[in-house]
Design a protein around this ligand. Structure first.
Ligand code: BG6
Length: 489
């Protein structure tokens, strides 16, 4: 098969949590797409691991179904791909089967070994300890840790310490799939490949930044995980803070992994603390009630829970600041939630108004320039400018976007973030993965917020499924005389 992308070194991708949602929805499809593109050498293997007692054929049948969801792939190609897929039943806490598994991995000593831990973080330590016991951490071996790593700084440290006993930091890939999204990477190109933005990229010219990650989906069958996590741990501590870092970091001296991660770390360490003294002013928590999503009525979060009582937040809005020279006084507004009216993720950089208007008020209001980076759907960039309304009738001002949809501009659909990130692990490139100190800094900022919420004893504010969260989220930004970006503006 020919590909515009070079093949990677042959590998074994071992997925712990192989029968889980992420494997079926993201990891296997990502590998299948790279296979179709000719990037996977024939001697590579994908080995699903879980407790379920099935075999290669049983697992292939599950994955065949998952890979055919929503569209019918070419049957021959699908079957050829499935020949790379294997399964071993294992329990991270029991000995049975581990000898056999270690022998299987040992059959291909030259393959890069990637152990992907897509399980609850409670199992990370057991799995790594066993991998070490069987010597599977030696040579070209890497471990991938899915987020969230722990549920606070203390538990993250325990996990990182225990994993660190078996895998060195350079073998450890803490994945945040937002960093693999095309638009997020484009931020690097946009900021550091154009002379245009950098002189304006600071508190003198930027009024505020807002980041929205809205989902229409509810918690669904992930309630067991989600009820212990909530939106702050699930989305803000990782994905959204990583987006903040990409917007706010200083130019790294190169794209080398540590140059980039050093700069991101400085941003995380400069975030202004939110704690009991100010959490009520700077944060809003919400929980969805029954309502409508995608035109259908849907139950509320509590209805989906077995126990029916919970203070878990399914929505967060907050205002933070970065205490350094570049960003002093520039608010960063973040909001994310489940069961919102549309699926949209975007970063909005709102510039300051011109210092003085030369236009007659009858020309219309002067709007601020905004740079909108759309992560999904329809990845692209819009730069909102003020121009003259064409034609006669006097000088009337209009606010229009320079609009670039990547799909339209390049005629290609964007690869899923996992496609790039999984192959980066095989290649041994950790630039787009989180270093231990980044995870720690992110928890150091998030922990006091969680503590403040828990100390307040207050329940999250209810919002109807299919709306933009509690009205307090609107008030949070409007108090400052600003508004959330809406309707694709
Ligand atoms: C995951 C969260 O990390 O990201 C999920 O655990 C969330 O709750 C998902 O739905 C969102 O990812 P994406 O790529 O669909 O925006």
């Amino acid at each position: 098969m020919s590909s515009s992308n070079p093949q990677v070194h042959a590998f074994d991708l071992v997925i712990f949590g192989g029968t889980g949602d992420l494997a079926a929805r993201k990891l296997l499809p990502a590998m299948f797409h790279r296979f179709l593109d000719g990037q996977l050498p024939d001697s590579s293997r994908i080995i699903g691991i879980a407790r379920e007692s099935t075999d290669d054929e049983g697992y292939r049948a599950q994955m065949r179904k998952a890979l055919s969801e929503g569209h019918a792939p070419d049957p021959q190609q699908l079957e050829a791909f499935l020949q790379l897929v294997h399964y071993r039943p294992l329990d991270a806490r029991k000995d049975a089967g581990w000898d056999d598994f270690a022998a299987m991995v040992g059959e291909r000593p030259d393959n890069v070994r990637v152990f992907y831990l897509s399980t609850s973080p409670d199992l990370f330590i057991d799995i790594c300890t066993r991998l070490g016991h069987y010597g599977l951490n030696r040579g070209e071996a890497r471990v991938v840790l899915e987020k969230p790593i722990g549920r606070d700084l203390e538990s993250a440290n325990q996990i990182n310490d225990a994993v660190g006993q078996v895998f060195s930091e350079s073998q450890t890939y803490r994945i945040d799939h937002y960093l693999g999204k095309e638009t997020v990477q484009n931020l690097l190109a946009l900021r550091f490949g154009n002379a245009l933005f950098e002189p304006l990229w600071n508190a003198a010219h930027i009024d505020h930044v807002q980041i929205t990650v809205a989902e229409t989906l509810g918690v669904g069958n992930r309630a067991a995980y989600y009820s212990r996590a909530g939106a702050l741990r699930d989305m803000v501590q990782n994905h959204m803070l990583q987006l903040v870092c990409m917007v706010a970091m200083e130019p790294p001296s190169s794209l080398s992994p540590d140059a980039v991660r050093d700069e991101k770390l400085k941003v995380l360490r400069s975030l202004k603390p939110i704690d009991e003294s100010n959490a009520a002013q700077l944060t809003v928590r919400g929980q969805y009630r029954a309502g409508a999503a995608d035109g259908q009525s849907v139950p509320g979060y509590l209805d989906e829970l077995e126990g029916g009582k919970s203070h878990t937040e399914t929505f967060v809005a907050l205002k933070t600041e970065i205490a350094n020279w570049r960003w002093a006084g520039v608010p960063f507004y973040l909001r994310t939630g489940k069961r919102l009216p549309e699926r949209v993720s975007e970063i909005v950089v709102a510039f300051k108004a011109v210092p003085h208007s030369i236009f007659d008020p009858s020309a219309g209001a002067l709007a601020h320039n905004r740079l909108v980076l759309r992560l999904q759907p329809d990845e692209g960039v819009k730069l909102w400018l003020t121009i003259k309304h064409p034609g006669p009738g006097g000088l009337r001002l209009r606010h229009v976007p320079l609009d670039m949809s990547f799909a339209e501009a390049f005629g290609v659909s964007q690869p899923d973030a996992y496609e790039r990130l999984l192959l980066d692990v095989v290649r041994g490139n950790p630039t787009l993965f989180m270093r231990r100190d980044e995870v720690e800094a992110a928890w150091r900022w998030a922990d006091p917020i969680l503590e403040a919420w828990s100390a307040s004893g207050e329940a999250p504010k209810p919002y109807t499924a299919g709306t933009w969260g509690p009205s307090a989220s609107v008030a949070l930004i409007e108090r400052d005389g600003r508004t959330w970006n809406e309707d694709g503006e």
